[in-house]
Design a protein around this ligand. Structure first.
Ligand SMILES: Cc1cc2nc3c(=O)[nH]c(=O)nc-3n(C[C@H](O)[C@H](O)[C@H](O)COP(=O)(O)OP(=O)(O)OC[C@H]3O[C@@H](n4cnc5c(N)ncnc54)[C@H](O)[C@@H]3O)c2cc1C
Ligand code: FES
Length: 275
């Protein structure tokens, strides 16, 4: 299967669902909803989310665009999302409680595709980037595939997110949990042991670029889930473009967010909306 095949189509337009569950895990807010109208998403796909109330509609509120959020888990019609508060949109989403209305558009974009038969998957995540990898891990384990999970966090508080991804090796910048250092050091050690592994990565831009470079240099097939800022999420605004290796541009919302490492230009971070 190619990455371009790993998409399920969203129903037209945004729909409203109700928040059904909430949980706080360290600094992360996890919430669930029941989406009876949408198809089951693939790992790596995302939704554009906003709250039904208090989303910039008041006279003292700034108008917000919906925010791109990955799926943590999908079970029948139940979806789980994880929020790390970094600004006004994620702050409002983290305030949602059971019964609140959630506007959603999705699932959007290309998800991850499975490794070739017999190849091991190495999941390599940074910060909130662990979310789509946790869903990919569940899909692969259910299919009986071999998976290794590596996740990096800035500190021990954020490392609480590792509870959401089974059996992960953890690295923290300050060494308070797991290995002290970068998650890419764990990745290089795993590749030394198994050069046929397929790498799946999601995280902050500089980490994605480091993993892109490792994937290209080692020849390991590498799928990167980009988190370029997105305004529309469905290909209309070109606000999320990244530079491709052939000099053209890709919209990360419709040509990604999952893209092969060798499809990106080496200077993709310096050009376009990747930052
Ligand atoms: C495909 C995709 C999946 C995502 N999944 C999740 C998720 O599961 N959970 C989650 O909490 N967030 C996720 N994000 C990130 C989230 O959409 C953005 O951080 C969003 O802009 C936050 O909105 P805000 O109003 O809270 O903060 P903003 O005001 O938009 O931004 C606050 C700060 O974060 C910076 N910033 C904003 N967006 C990004 C970005 N994409 N990358 C790096 N820095 C950024 C801004 O420059 C600013 O400094 C995802 C993004 C994408 C594109
Ligand atoms: S976010 Fe509008 S084109 Fe990608």
């Amino acid at each position: 299967m190619t990455i371009a095949d790993s998409r399920v189509q969203a129903p037209f337009g945004a729909r409203e669902v109700a928040v059904t569950t909430t949980e706080q895990i360290g600094p992360y807010r996890v919430f669930g909803c029941r989406d009876e109208l949408g198809p089951r998403p693939r790992a790596g796909q995302f939704y554009m989310l906003s709250s039904s109330d208090h989303w910039g509609a008041g006279s003292d509120e700034r108008p917000y665009l919906p925010r791109a959020i990955s799926v943590l888990a999908a079970d029948d019609d139940d979806l789980l999302f994880v929020i790390e508060v970094v600004g006004p949109g994620t702050e409002r989403l983290a305030q949602l409680v059971e019964g609140d209305g959630l506007q959603m558009l999705g699932p959007l974009g290309n998800g991850f595709s499975a490794p070739d038969e017999g190849a091991r998957a190495i999941l390599c995540g940074g910060g909130i980037g662990f979310v789509p990898l946790a869903m990919m891990q569940q899909e692969l384990l259910t299919a009986g595939r071999e998976v290794t999970a590596l996740v990096g966090f800035r500190d021990g508080a954020h490392a609480a997110g590792a509870r959401l991804i089974a059996g992960a090796q953890v690295a923290t910048d300050d060494g308070s949990v797991g290995n002290e250092g970068l998650v890419t050091e764990l990745l290089l050690a795993e590749l030394d042991r198994d050069s046929n592994a397929v790498i799946y990565c999601c995280g902050p831009p500089r980490m994605l670029d480091a993993v892109r470079a490792i994937g290209v240099a080692s020849g390991a097939a590498t799928q990167l889930a980009l988190e370029a800022p997105m305004a529309c999420g469905y290909g209309a605004c070109y606000g999320c473009v990244v530079k491709a290796a052939d000099g053209s541009y890709r919209r990360s919302c419709v040509d990604g967010p999952v893209i092969s490492a060798d499809e990106l230009a080496p200077d993709w971070l310096a050009v376009g909306g990747a930052k």
